[in-house]
Write a protein that binds this ligand. Structure first.
Ligand SMILES: *[C@@H]1O[C@H](CO)[C@@H](O)[C@H](O)[C@H]1NC(C)=O
Ligand SMILES: *[C@@H]1O[C@H](CO)[C@@H](O)[C@H](O)[C@H]1NC(C)=O
Ligand SMILES: *[C@@H]1O[C@H](CO)[C@@H](O)[C@H](O)[C@H]1NC(C)=O
Ligand SMILES: *[C@@H]1O[C@H](CO)[C@@H](O)[C@H](O)[C@H]1NC(C)=O
Length: 427
């Protein structure tokens, strides 16, 4: 059982640099850290001096998480929360912050990551931006990974990156129920109040994962080649190593392919990471030399596990549109707005940096002003860009019209039990 009420489990302060994940080897980085820490201390002192009303808290702000709710939590049907891993690359600090703002809710937990192509100064800049935001400081729920993980999109290292991010999030917070990994190409199509509200009606062990056991020529191009991902053994990204031979399909388990985007339950990730069952580890080793294994790893573990195969729903709640020529998602723009919104999806992929459709989503769906966090039931300020500078109980959700679209999509999925026929079906 989880105990959603213990704020003492959050990371030690200052919040943006949990010591366990901020590792440095070379003296230059140490200098950076010293600089960053002195800047942060300066910021902390300044904020303490300038506002006696919202000082920096070593534990989350009691206005956001009132003590009386903790008693209620034991009996309340469910107050779900989500852990987000948000990653970007060189030059992506602005996009990463925008995505953080657009998916923000004090009840969730956020781990931000910049890959090795971004200079360390970007990581420090990101951490400082997080640290200087009064809402993030009050809720203590945004962390920045101090050390970059290599994730080579075409190889298998994204699996190791995703598991690493999830295991840090498992350690940072005992509260969350679902895990979502986003990149800066993604954007939400519902508010967090909408999403949390809908999730509160679902069993906490549901996994939203596209999957299929059909292996045609397209899938076989992902499953039969033997590769070695440069991210697993080289310090710089070069071309992937392809063996000349191809392998047979395994007989000890069934392979499933799917999408690199999924919404995974905490229990399932604990199963993958704690590894008391050997299946997740065996498949991890198998997929280590499979191209694009992130889209196959989680569906294959889920469907081959007796414990989890009945928790999978064959829909990841992501809207994307394939470019048939390249067989890759194409960039979405304002012409896609209506289809995207009416699909009832929770997220969209992929978007160009600062495309005007993002402003449209902010304005019409999220009700978010530029440079401000996504408003929700916890924001008590006047409507406008200062709505969330005054806050109240984070457990109060105010779902809007997008929640009805999401609800309709999920009800359609679950209504007459047909989803059972699409669970891990062998074709
Ligand atoms: C996921 O599956 C749903 C339904 O099976 C499909 O409509 C959607 O396009 C798929 N999404 C991806 C990203 O493959
Ligand atoms: C959006 O993209 C599609 C396909 O790439 C293109 O045909 C359309 O003209 C674009 N619309 C806008 C408003 O840029
Ligand atoms: C609030 O937003 C408006 C435009 O949306 C802008 O003109 C104004 O300067 C903003 N105010 C503050 C205090 O940021
Ligand atoms: C179940 O729902 C699906 C999709 O809405 C529909 O196509 C199908 O006819 C329904 N089946 C029954 C038995 O109601």
């Amino acid at each position: 059982m989880q105990n959603p009420s213990s704020p003492s489990d959050s990371a030690p302060s200052p919040p943006s640099f949990p010591s366990s994940i901020f590792n440095f080897r070379d003296p230059k980085s140490i200098l950076f850290v010293i600089l960053a820490f002195s800047l942060i201390s300066l910021l902390l002192i300044l904020s303490l001096l300038s506002s006696s009303s919202s000082p920096s808290h070593p534990t989350p702000d009691p206005f956001l998480f009132p003590a009386h709710r903790m008693v209620f939590d034991e009996t309340a049907p469910s107050d779900p929360s989500i852990a987000y891993l948000i990653s970007g690359s060189r030059g992506d600090v602005g996009r990463l912050l925008r995505l953080l703002f657009a998916t923000y809710h004090p009840r969730n937990h956020y781990l931000l990551h910049l890959d090795p192509s971004a200079p360390q100064s970007d990581r420090v800049r990101l951490a400082l931006s997080v640290q200087s935001n009064p809402v993030f400081r009050a809720a203590q729920n945004v962390d920045v990974m101090g050390k970059a993980d290599f994730a080579y999109f075409k190889g298998s290292s994204p699996v190791s990156f995703t598991l690493h991010g999830a295991s840090i999030l498992l350690r940072l917070s005992v509260k969350w129920n679902w895990f979502i990994s986003l990149s800066v190409d993604d954007y939400p199509l519902v508010t967090q109040d909408d999403l949390l509200h809908i999730l509160s009606f679902l069993p906490k062990d549901v996994n939203f994962v596209n999957h299929s056991s059909y292996i045609g020529w397209k899938e076989s191009r992902k499953l039969r080649p033997i590769i070695v991902d440069p991210g697993l053994y080289l310090s710089e990204g070069t071309e992937m190593f392809f063996a000349t031979q191809k392998r047979e399909y395994p007989q000890a388990y069934r392979l499933f392919t799917g999408s690199s985007f999924s919404i995974l339950s905490r229990r399932f990730l604990e199963f993958c990471i704690l590894g008391e069952d050997n299946l997740p580890r065996i498949l991890l080793m198998y997929f280590a030399n499979t191209p694009k294994s992130l889209s196959s790893y989680f569906p294959t573990v889920l469907c081959n596990s007796g414990r989890f195969s009945r928790t999978i729903i064959n829909q990841n709640l992501l809207y994307n549109s394939l470019d048939r020529r390249l067989d890759e998602p194409r960039a979405l723009n304002s012409s896609d707005f209506h289809d995207m919104i009416n699909s009832g999806a929770a997220f969209g992929r992929k978007f160009q940096p600062d495309d005007s459709v993002l402003d449209l989503i902010d304005k019409q769906v999220l009700g978010r002003s530029p440079e401000s966090v996504l408003p929700g039931g916890w924001c008590l300020g006047d409507p406008g860009n200062e709505t969330c500078s005054t806050w109240g109980d984070a457990n109060i959700l105010r779902p809007g019209p997008a929640s009805r679209r999401l609800e309709k999509a999920i009800v359609k999925l679950l209504s007459n039990g047909t989803y059972r026929n699409y669970q891990c079906k062998f074709e």
